[in-house]
Design a protein around this ligand. Structure first.
Ligand SMILES: [Zn+2]
Length: 295
């Protein structure tokens, strides 16, 4: 009997989380689990296969999660609904954008804003910061701070977990650098479906050649498409990579027109992955397989 009581007592803390957090992005959910550890229950509002470019929580989602104290978004303009979410949750919960203090890549916005806007240069932040392992590493700090603010008693634990996870990410970074070193400089051109890999390219000395814009709605017009084909041929691009999330027709047309092979699909927005680490390992392996010269 004493054994059973001791056993129950030892199991109890595992199921009783101190803090309930809702995640609005699959990779931010992983970050919250890594840093939160056993103290935190993370509810993935977006779902494992949700598309962060189009997801927006509805009232039923918010009711389902109940007494959440903290909502975690990835930020940099990806979640356009945050102002209205803040209005809805009011003083009951905090909404934190994990990527808000990270150095963003600014993109020239080439949407047509009409004649009166013509003089203005529109910039938008590229929200895909998770493809930089360095930035994901730095995001552990913002995550630990957000969790500590919501649950001060757990601060020490969150700081410790964040440090342990950074050690894992350092190891992942070393592995990634070693793998990418197999791709010679002149072959470091990453042609992908939508413009999701600018941070990866910046970190690893690649030129990004996206076929679509920052989200999948922006398709090249015929003139841009012709320029793309010329560029792909001139640069002798070795492979064009589809996405796990989408394989647009334009990519099939381009591989056919240029004779450039299609690489293995990459994870662009973190949907459908088991973990951040699994996503990076998959993408780096696919890129190296597609672009490194055969031994
Ligand atoms: Zn994206």
């Amino acid at each position: 009997m004493r054994f059973v009581v001791a056993l129950l007592a030892s199991l109890l803390p595992l199921s009783a989380a101190e803090l309930k957090v809702a995640s609005l992005h699959p990779l931010v959910g992983d970050l919250a689990r890594q840093v939160g550890g056993a103290r935190v229950e993370v509810v993935d509002l977006i779902g494992k296969n949700g598309d962060p470019h189009h997801f927006e929580p509805v009232a039923a989602d918010l009711e389902k999660v109940g007494d959440v104290k903290l909502y975690l978004a990835s930020g940099m303009g990806l979640e356009s609904y945050l102002t209205s979410l803040r209005g809805i949750v009011g003083g009951k919960a905090t909404v934190v954008e994990i990527g808000k203090d990270l150095p963003a890549i600014e993109e020239e916005d080439d949407h047509d804003h009409g004649a009166e806007d013509h003089e203005h240069h529109h910039h938008e932040q590229d929200p895909h910061w998770w493809h930089s392992i360095d930035l994901f590493r730095r995001a552990t700090t913002a995550t630990a701070e957000a969790l500590s603010a919501a649950d001060p008693a757990g601060a020490e634990s969150y700081t410790k977990n964040a440090a342990a996870y950074r050690t894992k990410l350092d190891e992942l970074q070393r592995w990634s650098r070693k793998e990418i070193a197999r791709i010679p400089r002149e072959r470091r051109q990453l042609a992908t479906a939508h413009a999701a890999f600018a941070y990866f390219c910046k970190d690893n000395g690649f030129e990004a050649i996206p076929l679509q814009g920052l989200n999948r709605e922006q398709m090249p017009d015929p003139k841009q498409l012709a320029a793309l084909i010329t560029k792909l041929k001139e640069h002798k691009v070795a492979a064009i990579f589809p996405e796990k999330e989408s394989n647009p027709k334009i990519l099939e047309i381009l591989t056919k027109d240029t004779g450039i092979k299609a690489g293995k699909p990459l994870y662009a927005d973190g949907s459908g992955v088991d973990s951040y680490e699994a996503m990076i390992r998959h993408n780096v392996s696919a890129i190296v397989t597609g672009l490194a010269p055969s031994p």
